[in-house]
Design a protein around this ligand. Structure first.
Ligand code: GRG
Length: 289
């Protein structure tokens, strides 16, 4: 089994090579479209796609580069929009100034829109069976779209100044964060032609992983400064977050509980999947200091 960092290294070169050519008389647009994609990020969602293929169908990893990039485009668009003044009003993302701080809100909004649709152009180009591509398109559009990430973001923004119940917070996180993470694992299963039972098990594990990822992010937000996190932090005091609803200690207890439950869930997968996902998640399972 290849090490995930090696695959991500190849993927990063691929990503740089995929910068869309959009000649026009606009001074910044072409560069700005790919700028936040290129600016780094952990590539966690692509890594989830590759982890499943690394376990089940390593010969298809290269064919999964375009689909993985399509998810990264959707994720990047969501970050660009999330940072806008009408949402989180953040100045730092991926260790760089947010797109609207550099180029203005109109360009940032439109680049986000553009990446959202470009994701599906990338999927359409993938070297995969048409039926497989249709399943990928369906999974991504449903989970990132009106009943998924967009719904989660809407609820998050709408209720940011009202205290919600913990179950409502979980609903927000499932939609805003977890569904895209679950789709990433589902992409691996679809491309590897896994049976529907495994596909569902991976998707469900992804939902739990996504909620954990968000909880971890909430704790990082209060414990790390912007330079450590590479993005604006400590900006969520008015928001519903695990830390605000449970207190830092309560959030840490929940973090340990969810981590244990994910580790138990991992053991129920066949060993090649458990091993491959463990390799990727090792860092995410560490304590947060
Ligand atoms: C604008 C429709 C729309 C949705 C925005 C992604 C999102 C939804 C909001 C971001 C809010 C946030 C900080 C959520 C925490 C979990 C998360 C998605 C963190 C950022 O993802 P990482 O850590 O970022 O994978 P990198 O930069 O490493 O890719």
């Amino acid at each position: 089994m290849r090490h995930i960092t090696e695959i991500l290294h190849d993927f990063e070169s691929f990503l740089l090579s995929q910068a869309p050519k959009i000649p026009s008389f606009h001074q910044h647009y072409e560069k700005a479209v790919w700028e936040m994609v290129q600016n780094g990020g952990k590539r966690f969602r692509p890594a989830l796609v590759f982890s499943i293929l690394n376990a089940l169908a390593p010969q298809l990893i290269k064919n999964a580069f375009l689909p993985a990039l399509s998810i990264e485009c959707i994720h990047t668009y969501s970050l660009i929009h999330d940072d806008l003044p009408c949402m989180d009003n953040a100045t730092l993302r991926r260790g760089h100034p947010t797109l609207h701080t550099k180029y203005g809100q109109t360009l940032a909004l439109l680049v986000g829109d553009g990446l959202n649709t470009y994701a599906f152009a990338l999927l359409a180009k993938a070297k995969l069976d048409p039926q497989v591509k249709l399943s990928l398109i369906e999974s991504l559009s449903i989970n990132a779209g009106i009943g998924g990430m967009v719904l989660g973001q809407m609820l998050d923004c709408e209720f940011e100044n009202q205290t919600l119940a913990i179950e409502q917070l979980k609903t927000i996180h499932i939609n805003k964060t977890a569904k895209l993470i679950a789709t990433s694992l589902e992409f691996g299963a679809i491309i590897a032609n896994a049976d529907s039972k495994l596909r569902k098990a991976l998707y469900d594990f992804g939902l739990n992983l996504g909620v954990y990822f968000q909880l971890r992010d909430d704790i990082i937000d209060v414990c790390q400064d912007s330079s450590q996190a590479g993005k604006t932090t400590q900006n969520d005091s008015h928001k519903n977050s695990y830390v605000n609803l449970l207190g830092l200690e309560g959030a840490r207890v929940e973090f340990h509980k969810q981590r244990q439950s994910l580790q138990n869930e991992l053991e129920n997968f066949e060993s090649c999947i458990a091993q491959s996902l463990s390799m990727l998640l090792e860092n995410y399972f560490k304590d947060i200091t």
